[in-house]
Design a protein. Structure first.
Length: 475
């Protein structure tokens, strides 16, 4: 039985349940469908050539196991803190603590770097505007959006993500037309480019595996399905719909878009498309059919994509911090909600990445963002692995979704863990993954020491139990 929002107790600590299932799916899409598709796919193409299509297909299968496992658990327990609170219950309080703090670090770093991208895209039109000023401008926009009611946030994020989805659909339709039928005076491109210039796998089949280290993080953001469950109007229906549609859309969009790009653009040329807007795969396809101002259109799209991703990550960071504070694992003040049921203190703390990005841009310090993103890579792998391990424990203790179950259950989850292990194994051959391990492992050690020294004494198990009781009462 579903409670209406008017039935929900509004005491301090209870988030408002205002998100519809369409909004939940779009919030997850807003984080996952970002500049990686519009600009950043060139690096993966450069590693594997046309065979990167297989990398994206395999990556989507791995991501699907994570999304579906979260969907099943969250439909049963739509708790604040999502997968982190579930890990605290089904694994141990330490793993719940670690997964949430690691993911908070991810959201802080990603929010800051996405706003750096926004500022760079703004400078494409207004080169006189300093990067730090652009960061502060867009920071004010997303903070204002997040301080509004969660319903308003959902509407705005739905709108921003819809623009990206429409753009991708238009791109696919135009690209498919060029590949299959051509245009007046322009013959169909066909599929010959996929095997030209060295064949389908010019860098060898091992490169398909190595490219996964880049491809997998195009799917980052699906974790939001679990976090938004605590603010869903109808958790069971919303999670079921969002989990299924999000992963299908992402797989369809990424695989089809990359395939179309590689049919229309020689892969060596597409491999160099990660640098700027003017050489984006989108611009190349739009230029091919003579769309005027293709670079300006693409710049607007990537700006919206980055702004939407920053907006969604700030939301996720504030909710994760709220759950940590509610469990005694972060300053208790971060659990406070405004009259609009918004964790304003959590939003303020989670904005540290925005301030840091502006300061780094102002002082001209270089190289820091590379390490920040390496930490993101390592943390996301750990979080995803913990989600699947939590799911295995969830099923071992007799748990199952009330209205939604992952096809294959435990077998599928184990397959996802094998896939994540394969992605992590690229640490032996990719320098960027080695940096990720060098930054990430010390970060985990520091977090563990802090938990033993401080967090373990502050943790009140009853707080975790209360989160599950609250979710059960409102589900």
């Amino acid at each position: 039985m579903t409670s209406s929002t008017t039935d929900i107790p509004q005491g301090d600590g209870h988030l408002a349940r205002s998100l519809g299932h369409g909004q939940m799916a779009m919030i997850a899409m807003g984080s996952a469908l970002g500049t990686g598709l519009f600009l950043g796919s060139g690096e993966a193409i450069g590693i594997a050539g046309p065979a990167v299509i297989i990398s994206f297909a395999v990556g989507s299968l791995i991501a699907a196991t994570i999304a579906l496992a979260m969907g099943e658990m969250a439909s049963r327990h739509p708790v604040r803190g999502g997968f982190g609170t579930l890990a605290a219950r089904y694994l141990s309080p330490f793993w719940g603590y670690l997964s949430r703090w690691l993911y908070w670090i991810v959201t802080v770093c990603v929010t800051g770097t996405e706003l750096v991208a926004c500022a760079a895209y703004l400078a494409y039109w207004f080169p006189g505007v300093p990067i730090w000023a652009g960061i502060l401008l867009f920071a004010a926009v997303i903070i204002a959006i997040n301080l509004a009611t969660v319903g308003s946030f959902g509407v705005i994020e739905f709108f921003l993500s819809s623009i990206k989805v429409i753009a991708v659909v238009v791109f696919i339709l135009i690209g498919a037309l060029l590949v299959l039928f051509g245009m007046p005076g322009q013959p169909a491109a066909g599929f010959s480019a996929l095997t030209a210039d060295g064949g389908f796998a010019p860098m060898g089949w091992p490169a398909v595996w190595i490219a996964l280290s880049v491809v997998m993080f195009s799917f980052g953001g699906i974790e939001l399905l679990s976090i938004t469950a605590a603010e869903a109007k109808d958790p069971a229906r919303s999670i079921r719909t969002a989990a299924r549609t999000t992963i299908v859309r992402l797989a369809f969009f990424y695989v089809l878009c990359i395939g179309i790009v590689l049919c229309l653009v020689p892969w060596q040329q597409a491999a160099g498309t990660g640098g700027d807007v003017a050489t984006s795969p989108f611009v190349m396809v739009f230029d091919r059919i003579g769309v005027p101002g293709a670079a300006h259109i693409t710049n607007l799209l990537v700006l919206i994509a980055a702004l939407s991703a920053a907006n969604a990550n700030l939301y996720a960071g504030s909710r994760i911090l709220h759950s940590l504070a509610s469990d005694g694992l972060a300053p208790r003040i971060a659990a406070h909600l405004t009259a609009r049921r918004v964790p304003a203190v959590g939003i303020a703390f989670s904005s540290i990445g925005l301030v840091g990005a502006a300061l780094l841009a102002f002082t001209g310090v270089g190289g820091v963002f590379g390490y920040m993103m390496s930490l993101v890579v390592f943390s996301v792998i750990m979080v995803w692995a913990l989600i699947l391990v939590t799911y295995l424990s969830f099923r071992r203790h007799g748990g199952h979704g009330t209205s939604f179950r992952m096809p294959g259950g435990v077998v599928t989850a184990c397959g996802g863990l094998v896939g994540l292990a394969a992605v992590f194994a690229t640490v032996f051959v990719r320098p960027s993954m080695q940096i990720a391990a060098m930054v990430g492992i010390p970060a985990v050690l520091v977090a563990t020491i802090l938990y033993v020294a401080v967090g373990r004494r502050r943790l009140v198990p009853e707080d975790i139990d209360a989160a599950f009781e609250e979710a059960e009462a409102l589900r």
